[in-house]
Design a protein around this ligand. Sequence first.
Ligand SMILES: [Zn+2]
Ligand SMILES: [Zn+2]
Length: 605
Amino acid sequence: MKSPATIFVGCLLLAGLAPTVQGIEPIEIEQGMYRVVAGPSGVVVYHGGTQLSLGSYFTVYKPDYKGNIVSIGELWKNAAVTRGPNRMEARADLPEGRARLRVEVTPDWIEVEVGISVAAGVEFGPREYAAFQIPPDLVVGGTVEVLNAAGSVTESKPVPATPTRGGMVRPGSMLRFHTADRVIEIRTGGGTNVYAFDARVEQYGKRGGLWVFSGLPVAPGYETTVTRRLRVIPPPEPRPVGTAVFQDGTPVARVVIREGATEREQFAAEELVAYIEKICGKRIEVRPIGTDAGRPGDLAVGECAVSAGLISREELAPLERDGYVVRVTSDRGAVCGWRDLGTTYGVYALIRQLGITFYAPGCEAVPETEALTIPACDLRKKPLLEFRKMTQNLKLGHTPSDDLGNPRDIGEKGGLVHAAAYLVPFDRFHEEHPEYFALQKDGKRLHRHPKATRFDVHLCLSNPDVQRVSAERLLVLMDKQPDRTFFGVSQGDGHAWCRCEECQALDTVPGKVMTDRLITYVNAIARFVAVKHPEKQILTLAYTKATSPPPIRVKPEPNVMVQFCPYPGRVYCQSHFFTCEKNVGGYEDIQGWFKLAPSRLFRMT
Ligand SMILES: [Zn+2]
Ligand SMILES: [Zn+2]
């Protein structure tokens, strides 16, 4: 009968590997242009005569960096190594875990897999993995590009001659270092993303370069693996400059915007130019002009399309506020929105006409051609919903953050939700007017507890002066942010609602269900600001059992929109719809809101 050891060796031979050796010497593997030396310095990589990686390391530290549990050095000191013509594997059992390094080299790529396990019950701290340490000379002057799992570029940055130290780009599924000589591509095998870490500082010594960096997932008692595949791609041939023409063959001569175009109009024009270049390699110039937009060969973006007579104000009127018209004839084109935000949406609609698909933020498909024809089209569109605060992505038609009133942009506290901190600032008013703030359980008006880590501003909503101050301050914010649409009016977070008699008298269930109290306050402000800014919308919250049920005695003003939050207290199950038995309360609430004022929950445009 064969001993288990013999069977093991037999399997290895079948797999093309030599028998296990206790390996301290570095292992060298060569295939095609690639040569890898795996040893205590990690994985050193050469391609042709060029060194691509100075080494690598991985470490699972003890808490607070007080020593190592698993590391490349410990692995190598204790490793049992197996190797074949194009692969090697080193494994080691360590006092508090195990480590494994597998390298495979083919003529087309090299792959490195690291397997880590920390024994159950062992406390561990930070984990670091620099899969490759790229010599700086190789990439300075080039660019580093981040790609997502779909293969779309999400970020691109130059590699400067001066070290920046630390993360250079946000993590992604793939990194590409582009230089005139080559592209070095590193793919991840799922799981952890990688980023480029600029380690060109003294403390990292000779191996300080551009590191392909990430954390290491650790699940105590189990092995977790991280895979990185590196390949070198010859630099792409310079892109031929193609052509962009209208249907009758007239070349696209210029993208025109008006003199003094808004930021959104300029941005829209630049996006149009950038996508045309991505498709056909031809860069069209953006030109601000006075009145003569609309000549053959022009693509007019924004208000200049109206002044040139290509799009009329009359046809834009029914598209209020975020709709647009895109009109391309056989020899010219124009895009204009009811406002400049619509112009941006319209430009993306035109870009889609050119064959581009926007799937999700950072995920898009761009066709390439040397001869782009801008197809004739006549689009008149507006979004289905007025308020579309989802990803803030303009390409997907979502409401952008610069359409939301924001006190922080004028240097004040507060935000779109829990706006009370802006509307009646505690520090400015509480000494002179403690009565502006909520009466608390202890019989005092709202005050800061010295030890509290957070402080939520709760107002005495029934106080007419609080309503007046809030309204005046909201008006100030609206005046300072005239091109924004949505502004928040709401109570602070938490449970410190006012317990005064006047406030509780407004409640349907005093101190428990406070929607009527809140809406009474919101309505007073909404009526005040509507005089000067009738187009602006006030957002408030139906949130927790305090304000989830609809009001009974009052109804939100027409310029008030209610953000209904399905939240514990009224909604407990997030896996199912409102009809789940755990969500009965919330279902009742939202049906009540719909009955009371459906257009305050969402509005079709
Ligand atoms: Zn009160
Ligand atoms: Zn459920």
